[in-house]
Design a protein around this ligand. Structure first.
Ligand SMILES: *[C@@H]1O[C@H](CO)[C@@H](O)[C@H](O)[C@H]1NC(C)=O
Ligand SMILES: *[C@@H]1O[C@H](CO)[C@@H](O)[C@H](O)[C@H]1NC(C)=O
Ligand SMILES: *[C@@H]1O[C@H](CO)[C@@H](O)[C@H](O)[C@H]1NC(C)=O
Ligand SMILES: *[C@@H]1O[C@H](CO)[C@@H](O)[C@H](O)[C@H]1NC(C)=O
Ligand SMILES: *[C@@H]1O[C@H](CO)[C@@H](O)[C@H](O)[C@H]1NC(C)=O
Length: 419
């Protein structure tokens, strides 16, 4: 860990990357020009050879582009970039899915829709395509070699657990000895487990998950409070586990799905700030205070010279009613962005992160999820229970979150490492 911590990272220095057009001007591509046959009236053969040579050049370009991802602007995103990788659409792609959940011991059965009886498979074959650039194709071996020696920590609710599972399954496709990947305490995945840590022994890599659905502390209410108050969320105190998150290379947070009256007030959980109950505080205001607590924790406690901090935005659900009882799983993504995106949470994230001095990357997955009413767990969970239009099947949408996560990491500072 020490060698990494000693290096300084410049996060927002995008200018040193050339634009995509300049990479066409590389000597290799220029020298190709003299091969082109010139003639006053091009014959069919010369047109054919021009076509052939340009496709060859394009293939060469693609090859070079895959070889030297670090210099390719497509891999970079951040403030002020040309390409907003979160604005785009899903395109059909038969090279997906990236893995088979039945062959990945860390994909929980509840998310393995195919194993739980889903018969249509079209939902597996979609790639996220940003409008103005491409996400580099995931390459498990390359990713593993770049992640060697790193500690990646996911913190949040079940959506974070899904992303944790997805990343492990994606990476495991590049590991020959599957036994060399194991959970450190031999723990089994469950909905309520607080900590899961998977080690890739051959790569000295760990990928961990901490369950912290609100990110702030939940605890006993102050004495003399009303009877209905059975617990409180201390909006000004980060989850006690926070000490175990700090010493990492990558930290990915999310929170959102638990900030509802059903999961809070109906369960007797109310808000508390500075020791005082705040019974009338609206949920959005509470979410904002919790996020501000998180933001100052990042600024004070995390060495962002070493640790890359990500915050994932709300993952849309596709319920047709407000009671979350009815929904329809389509067979294909919708052409329009639909679904509940809790846009007020997105606005709060924009505002809070916008004020931070520390560098944090927002993984803005909200829009991309809104097209994917086809990709939820539905009734294909395990044990088969109620209809679910919140969680996602694996493989599926969370894999795309990870492709964006990795491309962000590799595009930025980590191009200096692992090669
Ligand atoms: C996934 O793997 C399982 C077990 O090896 C196999 O039975 C199944 O056909 C595979 N599914 C796909 C879609 O390849
Ligand atoms: C494994 O990685 C950690 C950093 O996460 C480092 O401190 C340690 O020296 C590495 N061990 C080996 C055997 O490379
Ligand atoms: C699991 O392992 C971690 C790290 O090795 C350790 O800190 C923690 O106490 C263990 N937890 C349990 C429940 O065994
Ligand atoms: C992070 O790097 C900057 C620039 O190199 C340096 O000024 C700062 O002290 C570093 N912060 C920490 C916590 O190491
Ligand atoms: C996420 O992307 C959407 C659509 O591009 C945008 O409206 C929203 O402001 C973004 N949110 C954040 C937090 O960056």
């Amino acid at each position: 860990m020490a060698p990494l911590a000693a290096l300084s990272f410049g996060r927002s220095s995008s200018a040193r990357f050339g634009s995509r057009t300049t990479s066409f001007n590389s000597p290799r591509v220029l020298s190709r020009r003299k091969w082109l046959p010139y003639s006053a009236s091009p014959s069919l053969t010369s047109i054919a050879s021009i076509l052939f040579l340009s496709s060859l050049a394009f293939a060469l370009y693609l090859f070079a582009f895959r070889r030297i991802p670090a210099t390719s602007p497509e891999f970079f995103f951040g403030p002020g970039q040309d390409c907003d990788v979160f604005a785009g659409s899903w395109v059909p792609d038969d090279t997906y899915p990236l893995y088979n959940s039945s062959e990945c011991p860390f994909a929980e059965r509840g998310f393995n829709c195919l194993a739980n009886g889903r018969t249509d498979t079209g939902y597996l074959r979609w790639r996220w395509k940003p409008s103005n650039c491409d996400v580099p194709r995931f390459d498990a071996r390359e990713a593993l070699s770049r992640l060697r020696g790193k500690r990646i920590v996911f913190v949040g609710d079940s959506m974070s657990r899904t992303q944790w599972e997805s990343l492990i399954c994606m990476l495991m496709t590049g590991v020959d000895d599957k036994q060399s990947v194991y959970e450190v305490n031999g723990s089994k995945i469950s909905k309520t487990i607080g900590f899961l840590g998977v080690r890739f022994r051959g790569f000295n890599l760990s990928v961990e998950f901490f369950r912290s659905v609100f990110l702030v502390q939940q605890g006993l209410p102050p004495k003399q409070g009303p009877k209905r108050v059975q617990s409180t969320l201390k909006l000004d105190k980060l989850d006690r586990m926070n000490k175990r998150w700090m010493d990492s290379d990558v930290l990915i947070f999310n929170s959102g799905h638990w900030w509802t009256a059903t999961k809070l007030f109906d369960m007797g959980c109310y808000f508390q700030v500075d020791g005082l109950l705040r019974l009338g505080l609206p949920i959005t205001a509470a979410f904002k205070m919790a996020l501000e607590t998180w933001a100052s924790w990042v600024e004070m406690m995390v060495n962002t010279n070493r640790t890359h901090v990500f915050l994932r935005t709300f993952e849309p659900s596709h319920w047709s009613d407000s009671n979350q009882k009815v929904c329809e799983i389509t067979q294909q993504p919708t052409s329009e962005a639909k679904g509940d995106d809790r846009s007020e949470f997105g606005d709060i994230i924009t505002e809070v992160v916008g004020k931070m001095r520390a560098s944090v990357t927002v993984l803005n997955v909200t829009l991309m999820g809104k097209f994917r009413s086809d990709a939820h767990v539905g009734t294909w969970s395990h044990p088969a229970s109620i209809l679910d239009c919140s969680h996602w099947c694996l493989p599926g949408v969370p894999d795309a979150w990870n492709e964006l996560l990795l491309s962000s990491l590799f595009a930025n500072e980590w191009r200096k490492f692992g090669r």
